[in-house]
Design a binder for this molecule. Structure first.
Ligand code: C2E
Ligand code: CA
Ligand code: CA
Ligand code: CA
Length: 277
């Protein structure tokens, strides 16, 4: 009845208030996370399926809040986008990632480093110069840096995105479309994107051996990517069976827990040595 409904609404709203308060607190604390040394990076290998070579490692940011413990990037990256902190966050991730790439090189491991950019970063006209300076500072060739941009970020303003991607590519970096299949881009729009790599979203990959609809989507995305001259990678590879199916479908690369979870920099170089041995 009406009373129950009112109580329900009150409960619901207090739940929302709590979420809202947590978000406000997190947004405020995030501004200090770098100076308080609460951010770190983990790296997850991207493996070439045919050769079992580790081609790239994707940098994934981690935040360990002093009181709250680990906060997931799915929660705090959107907050960073809303508060404007994303510019600083992205620069931190780029700087630390290139330092790690350099370190791996000194250990005899030549890996590409993949960094996630947000939609807001794409609108940042100063970013290409920052990246160029960062590459030079760490003495990393631009070809070793892969920028991952989500399909939905690219579709916000297609003309602008295309121009920005050309600028980034002119420096020599590689570009990947992330979370592919979730962003409703048309073939015509996709064709205009000067990218090198297509990442099939994990939501299609995780159940592809049980769900034939998912398998069909993955198979046709691999074909689409190859027809456009792109390298195709599947993320969310959690089982041996899904890796075997991807190999049969001709997918170029794989990433996921079955191969390795995200690891600290040193752990990743140890893993890569074992894996290729
Ligand atoms: P993403 O770029 O799609 O990254 C892949 C996510 O899937 C990562 O979650 C990774 O840990 C997780 N993952 C890897 N293998 C598997 C698997 O086999 N199964 C499943 N279920 N998941 C797997 P994570 O690290 O929590 O990051 C979540 C998202 O946060 C990322 O999605 C990305 O959108 C964003 N993110 C992370 N780091 C950064 C960053 O430095 N900058 C920006 N802008 N966004 C970031
Ligand atoms: Ca990514
Ligand atoms: Ca993804
Ligand atoms: Ca994602």
């Amino acid at each position: 009845d009406a009373k129950e409904t009112r109580q329900g609404v009150a409960l619901y709203e207090s739940g929302r208030d709590e979420v809202h308060l947590r978000q406000l607190a997190l947004m405020g604390d995030l501004r200090h996370a770098i100076e308080r040394d609460e951010l770190s990076l983990q790296f997850q290998p991207k493996v070439e399926i045919g050769s079992r070579r580790v081609l790239h490692a994707e940098a994934l940011v981690r935040w360990t809040h002093a009181q709250l413990g680990p906060v997931r990037p799915d929660e705090f990256v959107p907050l960073a986008e809303r508060s404007g902190f994303i510019h600083e966050l992205t620069r931190y991730v780029l700087d630390r990632s290139l330092a790690q790439q350099k370190k791996w090189g000194e250990q005899g491991l030549d890996l590409g480093i993949a960094v996630n950019l947000s939609a807001i970063d794409l609108m940042d006209a100063d970013l290409p110069d920052f990246i160029l300076a960062c590459l030079q500072r760490h003495d990393v060739p631009p070809q070793r840096l892969i920028l991952e941009l989500t399909e939905s970020a690219l579709m916000r303003d297609v003309n602008y995105a295309v121009r920005m991607l050309h600028r980034l590519r002119a420096i020599g970096m590689r570009l990947a479309i992330d979370d592919f299949g979730t962003g409703y881009s048309s073939l015509a729009q996709l064709k205009r994107m000067p990218v090198d790599e297509l990442k099939i979203d994990k939501s299609f990959v995780m159940q592809m051996t049980e769900d034939s609809d998912d398998a069909v989507i993955v198979r046709s995305t691999i074909e689409l990517g190859h027809n456009m001259g792109l390298r195709v990678i599947a993320e969310g590879v959690e089982t041996e069976d899904s890796l075997a199916l991807l190999a049969r479908l001709g997918c170029d690369m794989a990433q996921g827990y079955f191969l390795s979870p995200p690891l600290a920099g040193d752990a990743l170089s140890a893993w890569a040595r074992d894996f290729s041995a």
